[in-house]
Design a protein around this ligand. Structure first.
Ligand code: PLP
Length: 482
């Protein structure tokens, strides 16, 4: 027996080394938090190409220890995207809250998988308690139920699988997709790509996602839904569901859920609301009206790593009728599940794509309890208010134009050049140069063939001054790009 090797394995869990290392890492993280939040990082997104980055990280894994842990962590931080910088106004992932970060570390240590209650007893219960709270905000009664999954993409797939099982008219999970059925789902032309991907994963094909045209605010209207539905039915499709945005990814637009739900009831369609980004507006007294009618949806997806400032990932999938939450994967793995499905509400993997999953509930539960729910409502209110202020700044600037008045904290605008340069090409060049200079991070989107610069104002430290500074940076850049 190799006793020397055994000793090394035992030493790996030495609690004093862990304490010492842990303190050092927390110090590094605290210094980083201070630098990032006060804009002392050199670049928001370090301008390093994928090929250059590849060269920075060797795959020379030696048999014996070869590198210093703190140095590796420092290097990872240095070259990462700095979401805590107030000048990070790009994608829809929020800068993680301190207690969320610390809870994530605890979750990593406990690593309680939560596939079945016995694997993660605390986490299973925390998940249930948060789902109850979210269900109340949605306006569901106590028959609602749900769970957490790893991201909005998986959340949309899970909800649509349940919709397919509930509305197809036969046991599609067991029998498979029948060619004769020609199933389809209505989706906004502004839907996040994950809904279309889910429809294709479900075997309905590209044509199974029926696009619904949107109006000047990028919202579906009843007449466009009607048109899309009628032409789908005419072409032999059996429409089973509709996916509404609350809010959409590109422009942050909320669909009119109340009137859409009436259409769905009339045509026996499952209404799924993709609230990955915008459902947390339910916590804001000022903005919850944007989601009027959400209680009529059959299912809702709600991400907490976007507008609830949780470290990624954590997504809630919530069903109006809790029994439907068992329909996505109505398969039994007998070694895991002992009794009838609903009797075992605490064995979450019957209802999720994942078997083992992260301890997602811990970070959100502890954050809700320690920061209080008002904090989260105020945060959403502040970000949505600030985005309106930014839209006024754009409206009052003759050299910029808005794609539309923002409804949420996503704003799309473009620089209006008065010379002969192609305006679309110019926006792309401006963004490229912004990233190269590294002072800000923003993204871009194309709406009806027009390219726009796009910001998600998601960092509580971002202010109107940040936005004004960005516009000035664009004005400087615009003169230098040809
Ligand atoms: C509306 C919407 N739905 C779904 C998703 C996918 O969420 P995730 O990135 O958590 O998979 C996004 C991501 O931006 C989104 O904006």
């Amino acid at each position: 027996m190799n006793t020397e090797f055994k000793t090394e394995l035992k030493d790996i869990y030495n609690s004093e080394s862990f304490r010492e290392q842990g303190h050092k890492i927390i110090d590094i993280l605290a210094d980083y938090l201070s630098d990032a939040t006060s804009n002392k990082v050199k670049y928001v997104l370090p301008p390093v190409s994928p090929d250059e980055m590849l060269k920075k990280w060797s795959n020379d894994f030696k048999e014996a220890p070869s590198e210093n842990f703190e140095e590796l962590i420092k290097k990872a931080i240095e070259y990462s995207h700095h979401l805590h910088s107030p000048n990070y106004i790009g994608h829809q992932i929020g800068p993680a809250l301190p207690n969320g970060i610390l809870a994530e570390i605890v979750g990593s240590m406990l690593s309680n998988g939560s596939a079945v209650y016995e694997m993660g007893p605390v986490n299973t219960i925390l998940e249930k308690r948060i789902i109850e709270w979210m269900s109340q905000l949605i306006g569901y009664d106590n028959t609602a139920d749900g769970f957490f999954t790893s991201g909005g993409t998986l959340g949309n797939l899970t909800a649509l699988l349940a919709a397919r099982q509930a509305k197809t008219g036969y046991d599609i999970w067991t029998d498979g997709v029948s060619e004769n059925e020609n199933l389809a789902v209505l989706v906004s032309e502004q839907t996040h790509y994950s809904s279309k991907r889910a429809i294709q994963i479900m075997g309905l094909g590209e044509k199974g996602a029926i696009p619904v045209a949107t109006n000047e605010h990028y919202q579906m209207t009843l007449s466009s839904i009607n048109d899309a539905y009628n032409s789908a039915v005419k072409s032999g499709k059996k429409v089973i569901a509709l996916v509404a945005n609350a809010c959409s990814t590109a422009t942050g637009t909320y669909d009119s859920l109340e009137e859409i739900s009436e259409f769905c009831q009339e045509h026996d369609l499952w209404l799924h609301v993709d609230g990955a980004h915008g459902a947390p507006a339910l916590i804001s007294e000022k903005y919850r009206g944007l989601l009027k009618g959400i209680h009529l949806a059959d299912s809702v997806v709600w991400d907490a790593h976007k507008m609830m400032l949780m470290p990624s990932l954590i997504t809630a999938v919530i069903f109006k009728n809790g029994n439907n939450s068992y329909e996505a994967f109505s398969q039994k793995a007998s070694y895991l599940f002992e009794k009838e499905a609903t009797e075992e509400w605490y064995n979450l993997a019957q209802r999720t794509m994942e078997c083992t999953k992260n301890m997602m509930g811990l970070k959100l539960y502890t954050s809700l309890m320690t920061y209080g729910t008002k904090f989260f409502g105020d945060y959403v209110t502040q970000m949505y208010d600030l985005t309106k202020e930014c839209s006024e700044i754009i409206s009052n600037s003759s050299d910029f134009e808005l794609a539309m008045e923002p409804q949420s904290n996503i704003i799309c605008f473009r620089f209006l050049n008065k010379d002969s340069r192609d305006t679309n090409v110019l926006q792309k060049m401006i963004r490229k140069e912004i990233l190269k200079r590294g002072l800000f991070y923003i993204v871009q989107t194309t709406l009806r063939d027009k390219v726009y610069l796009r910001c998600t104002i998601i960092n509580p430290l971002t202010t109107d001054k940040t936005f004004n500074d960005l516009l000035n940076e664009i004005r400087i850049i615009e003169k230098s790009v040809q």
